[in-house]
Design a protein around this ligand. Structure first.
Ligand code: NAP
Length: 310
């Protein structure tokens, strides 16, 4: 008979790792499945100055490594694999992964997070990795002393634009409105930074360049005027979409694919919880992901106590 874990956590970002910490601390037999890098999207940020108590020079990667070690020290089992299908119909939940690996658990915590949205301009996908990027901490170094553009006006775009000025000669933020969405404190920093320029009310239409990006054709949405901006790099930060494909039809979601939970992180399926950016919620931050994870694990424990009493 297959081993039945108390809980299986799918996803090893801040939500999943915090869920693991809380689950293991309450002596639950816990498995965490991650398909790629522990830390998830948090690893793509260099500065985490809004996570309470984060020490100086705390990067998304260092914080994630500490979270993973802490969870491991309390007894979480980790497996690197990709979940291909789930069966939530029975009391014992079944998780099917690549290479015919199957895992079973009394409860499941979905913490699969989100991935960057495309801006939708011509040749965006073709030039990805050849000038077009979605991760400043991964690629900033390639653009040392070069001119780059950042697309978007939210927290991600402005945080990363500021970070990119450490490398680039200039950073031009191209935003579709004339007002940023980012937090005021970030806006103040960006407006003060002499390396950051802004092009307002504009969107990119096309990336140009033979092998690598050489320029962006942009359009002013108010005047309809088109112009060309010469840049070697274009970092796109226009929001994120949930990684929830595998759960479609098995659990309640909204139109975007965000999983719907109550405030206890319970989904509509008994014994299945969701935490972090995968959830329908208003504030997506490391701190809210970590909080979700703690709540999900605590309620998974209550669920097991109430439904699997020996
Ligand atoms: P976001 O808040 O959804 O902002 C997306 C930005 O891209 C907006 O400025 C939006 O313009 C623009 N945009 C959307 N679609 C576009 C398109 N097709 N073409 C051009 N521009 C487009 O996304 P985010 O900045 O990635 O943030 C996601 C979540 O993570 C938020 O909850 C955010 O607070 C959080 N976050 C926080 C931090 C931090 O606290 N330091 C850092 C990163 C992310 P409009 O403004 O016109 O809608």
């Amino acid at each position: 008979m297959a081993h039945v874990y108390d809980t299986i956590i799918i996803g090893g970002g801040p939500a999943g790792l915090s869920a693991g910490l809380y689950a293991a601390r309450s002596r639950m037999d816990t498995l965490l499945i991650e398909r790629a890098k522990y830390g998830g999207q948090a690893t793509t940020t260099d500065e985490l100055e809004n996570y309470p108590g984060s020490i100086e020079n705390c990067t998304g990667t260092t914080l994630s490594q500490r979270m993973r070690k802490q969870a491991e020290d309390f007894g979480v089992n980790f497996v690197k694999n990709e979940v291909l299908d789930v069966d939530f119909d029975g009391k014992v939940k079944v998780i099917k992964c690549k290479n015919d690996e199957t895992y079973e658990a009394k409860s499941v915590i979905i913490a699969t997070g989100a991935y960057p949205r495309l801006a939708g301009f011509d040749r965006e996908v073709e030039l990805r990795g050849r000038g077009v990027s979605y991760c400043a901490t991964c690629d900033a170094d390639f653009f040392t002393d070069l001119d780059i553009a950042v697309i978007g006006g939210g927290d991600s775009a402005i945080t990363e634009a500021i970070y990119l000025t450490k490398f680039a000669e200039s950073v031009t933020v191209i935003h579709r409105r004339d007002e940023l969405r980012a937090a005021k404190s970030l806006q103040e920093k960006a407006f003060k930074n002499p390396k950051i320029k802004f092009i307002w009310n504009s969107v990119p239409l096309e990336a140009k360049g033979d092998e690598i990006l050489e320029s962006l054709v942009i359009e002013n949405r108010k005047t309809g005027e088109k112009s060309e901006v010469e840049v070697n790099g274009c970092f796109v930060f226009v929001g994120y979409l949930p990684i929830s494909e595998v759960f479609k039809g098995k659990i309640n979601m909204n139109d975007r694919g965000d999983i719907i939970t109550d405030q206890e992180m319970r989904t509509n399926v008994e014994g299945v919880f969701a935490a972090g950016d995968i959830r329908e919620k208003s504030l997506r931050q490391v701190i809210t992901a970590a909080a979700d994870g703690a709540i999900a694990a605590t309620n998974a424990e209550h669920y097991i106590q109430n439904n699997f009493a020996e």
